[in-house]
Design a protein around this ligand. Sequence first.
Ligand SMILES: *Cc1c(COP(=O)(O)O)cnc(C)c1O
Length: 402
Amino acid sequence: MITPVLPTYARADLEFETGEGPYLVTASGERYLDFGAGVAVNVVGHAHPALIAALTEQAHKVWHTSNLYRVPGQDKLARRLIDLTFADTVFFANSGAEALECAIKMARKFHAAGGHPERYELITMEGAFHGRTLATIAAGGQAKYLEGFGPATPGFVQVPFGDLKALKEAIGPATAGVLIEPIQGEGGLRVVPRDILRNIRAICDEADILLVLDEVQTGVGRTGTLFAHEQAGITPDIMAIAKAIGGGFPVGACLATENAARGMTAGTHGSTFGGNPLAMAVANAVIDLVTEENFLPHVRELGIKLKQKLARLVDQHPTIIEEVRGEGLMIGLKCRVLNTDLVAALRKEHVLMIGAGDNVVRMLPPLNIEEKHLDEALDGLERACCALEEAAAQKQAAGATT
Ligand SMILES: *Cc1c(COP(=O)(O)O)cnc(C)c1O
């Protein structure tokens, strides 16, 4: 019999009643160290007092008015995002996929408004993940997400990861732009090298096409800078963000230059809930915290420490972990065992991490953790690795006697 909740998720048999900073707590009081942060969402941990205050204060005023009227929180957040980034304008949505939908529509409309409606294709990279709507599964190009859902939405072509030659060759009269994640999240923490990002920017400029970045997972401080592309010294024309910007409240946004947004006039796009007053109150509070002077330096410092600690772990457990990848507090462990086995072994140690493609385990902790939380996660990893080694040794011994 089908479950009351549509069974599209392979959920762990675990539920939480409360959260406190980087911990999640079950009804029976068991504490778990949350190094997944709801897939890079709870950027300042659980139950942060400033976010609770922002949400409850707004909840006493007005929850929802729709985009038929001005929403002051949108004006405020948009101005702040513009001051902090390359962007001149912002559209608010409720999720990453919706932010990408706006980005995709905008890239197409840009060319249509310039007299080239035939330029509607975006070039993406193998291993990409851009969401689960019909357009974003086509953009991601992964067979496992496309299968059985009819013909893939047209307008996307894919090239091998980081292959500049293939990218150049893929550009044709139908190309509208290039859509990439600076670090592939779901794809397995694959970092696009900085010089490749710079080259892609130059290629887009030369071909008069748009660079669209998906910073849904990398954005809002995760990699040690407010946005990951800053580290390459480039800016996109359009950027989709979500996850961390709401700190746990569903918020997405599409940021763009004035030029890239030239086709997006009144009536071309919209959302009933997008940028609702509750969402904007929380997102503005997130920006308050993430832009505090010491916030991003702290992420960078902890990111370096985490990598150092993990290098030792890899040395000690070479049969379990092959390699450490990522930037800031977006770190992946490429596994020699099944990544799902390591995630399960960690869960037994009350540490939560998340699987990703390419047999990787992801660490995406809240960004305001302290070094002691890194040590606690490393202790859990150490014990989980030992448990997996022991299980493998037992299996081998059993094999030898039968
Ligand atoms: C999570 C994610 C998305 C999709 O976001 P949703 O909020 O699940 O729609 C898109 N792109 C990237 C890079 C992501 O990590």
